[in-house]
Design a binder for this molecule. Sequence first.
Ligand code: ADP
Length: 250
Amino acid sequence: MPVDSVSIEGLSFAYQGNQVLRDITCDIRQGDYVGIVGHNGSGKSTLIRCILGLNRIEHGRISLLGVPQPAFTAWDRIGFLPQGLQLFNPNFPATVEEIVRLGRLSKKRFPRRFHVSDSEAVERALVLMGISSLGKRLIGELSGGLRQRALLARALVNEPEILILDEPTTALDPDTREHFYSTVRDLNVNRGTTILLVTHDASTIGLYASKLLYLDKRILFYGTFEEFCCSPNMTQVFGHHGQHLICRRH
Ligand code: ADP
C-alpha cells in the first residue's frame, strides 16, 4: 500500500494561547499537488511550520513519508522554499552554486564536507531550473525571477519527494510567475514529486493544483479541484472568478 506523503490527524496549534489551527485532519498522498488557500492569518504558514517541525506540536499527530514526525530525520527528502522573495545585497558574497550547495547540508553529519557527488547534484539542480550558466554569478546580482529559480534549485538539490512552497511567487512579475508554476507542475507530473503550495494566487492555483486545502484555522474544504468547484465554498474563496477558473481548466 502506498505511504502518504503527509498525514495529519487532529492537529491543533496555538501561539501563546491564541489558537491558530483547530483539529486539522488530512492525508496528502504521493504525487498530489495541493494548493493551500485561505485569507491572511488563516493559519497556512503555521500549518507548514508544523509539518516541517518548526512549531512544536502539542495536540495531534503528523507523519511524514510514513514516519511519525518526532522520529522523522530524513529532512533531505523534503524540499522547502520559504515565504517571500529572499533579499540579498548585490554584494552578498555567495554564488548561485554555493547557495544551492547549502541545500546538501541536510544530508550530512559532522564533519560536513562536500564531495564530487554534491557538485554533481548542484549541477543537476541548476540544469533542471535552466540556470546552469549562472552558477558562478553572485546571488544578489540576479533578477527576482532568477533568484527565485536559484532558491528553488536549492530546495530541489536532494531530489526531494515532497516540495513545500510558501507563497513563492509574491514578488514575481506575471511571466516569471507562470514560468515558475510550470516548472513546479513539471516536477509533479514528470517526477511524481508531491507539492504543497501556499498561495494567494487563486487564478493560478486553479490551473495547476490537483487538490485544494481551504483553511480558516480549521479545514473548510479538502479535496480535488473538481469536487471543490461543485461545493458551496467555491464562491467564498474565489467569488465569481471561480466560474472563470473552471472554464479555463476544462
Ligand atoms: P497565513 O499564513 O494564513 O497568513 P499565519 O499562519 O502566518 O497565517 O498566521 C496565523 C495567525 O497566527 C495570525 O493571526 C498571526 O498573526 C499569528 N502568528 C503567526 N506567527 C506567529 C508567531 N510566531 N507568534 C505569534 N503569533 C503568530
